[in-house]
Design a protein. Sequence first.
Length: 324
Amino acid sequence: MPITAHPAFNKASNYFKMKLKRIPLNPQTREVDLKKMRQAINKNTCMIVGSAPNFPHGTIDPIEEISKIAMEYEIPFHVDACLGGFLIAFMDQAGFPLKPFDFRLPSVTSISCDTHKYGFTPKGTSVILYRNSELRLHQFFAVADWPGGIYGSPTVAGSRSGYLIACCWATLMYYGIEGYVKETRKIIQVARDIADGWSKIDGIYLLHQPDVSVVAISSNTFNIYYLFDGLHAKGWHLIGLQNPPGIHIAVTQIHTQPGIVDKLLEDTRQCVEEILKSNTKKDTVTAVIYGTNQKIPDKSLICDMTKLYIGSWYETNLDTATVG
């Protein structure tokens, strides 16, 4: 899989003790290096992954080209459309045509899509699609001789909330195809308006022209995390990127409201001007965090610190806890 594929694949590989090969990007296109992906295949390769789009830069991997590689080597090909599935499915109808990314390509065997993102349903609902029912059977689990009766489960998660499923279905029915096409048209246009505005601000540049709803930028002039923290202070909640350093915005319905794009662009211009005029190079919080991470060669230390931080959420202060 490309290095930009979602860490959920790292997580699954860790759980199942599978070797994961992360393929670097072409530095010019920010797309996965197809030559190196092909070279990484061996007799034990059980799956190839592509993103449509990926989370960091919003780039749609060259799905058609990857599909040809998967077909040549007869390897299952999974398309991760969790982030943008409810946009890319409607972009053609919204006036933003895309190359095929789905089961129109014969080697695509499965597609994942989060309904709780651009499907606008409650969080905790997602979809995985298989090319045929035979593949889907491998997802199911059953035990026939348990004293509690015959047990069957369709997913790793097991029991799911019927409330969430009902809300998800109701949301899908509320929007319908026409509703999703309408929202897709607005979101994609706003993403391109932001990209156009950011590309005209001296000191920053686009990491990639947005394929879908994510717009990512970096800087060769100053520490981009200064801009991240500057915009955060103005009320913008963006995402910090690394390798290379950058920040991105994932455009949602709220950003399509009148005046939002103009406000973001104006705040960005003000922050960049302040950074360029400043003589002090005092690091901001985010600059320190990501700067430290870049300087530590053993990333397992960062992972250990992250796990300790998560573990602290579960710690209980027994001196002040009330029992009973």
